[in-house]
Design a protein around this ligand. Sequence first.
Ligand code: INI
Length: 155
Amino acid sequence: MEGSLNGQNLKIAIVASRFNDLLTKNLIDGAMDALKRHGTESIDTFLVPGAFELPLISDKVASSKKYDAVIALGALIKGATPHFEYLCASVTKSVAEINIRHGVPVILGLITADTLEHAIERSGTKQGNKGFIAAENAIEMANLVKETKKVFEEK
Ligand code: INI
């Protein structure tokens, strides 16, 4: 089984951080672009201060069961501080847990980069746009979850 990339009739939430918003705005634009290209019309966006706050709101959104998928978007840039490593570990682990806790796909479009230049490359330049890819993954996973429900909930 494989989820399709048909985004019609899906309700998708984007949870995005404002920290490094030069980058996260591009991730949101990339995600919106992918969703609209694949036919998704129902999109709600929730903004949080930083990547560390993504899990709480992603969890609230996923547990509401009002959405077929959640896309969490953020940008962590290493700079000079070891704080970066803790944030990366905390956000990825928490989002991974939320992803399986509610049966609603929570896709992580998180840039983790050593430098601003590398981060820019992943938010719509050389290396594509992580938001766009995350949105396609969200559509695919939302459809796959729907398909598996049909199969596993049959007798
Ligand atoms: N938040 C980010 O989203 N990206 C970063 O690069 C970052 N750095 O480097 O500190 C960052 N910090 C803020 C953090 O996410 C929380 O908002 C803050 O710690 C308050 O809880």
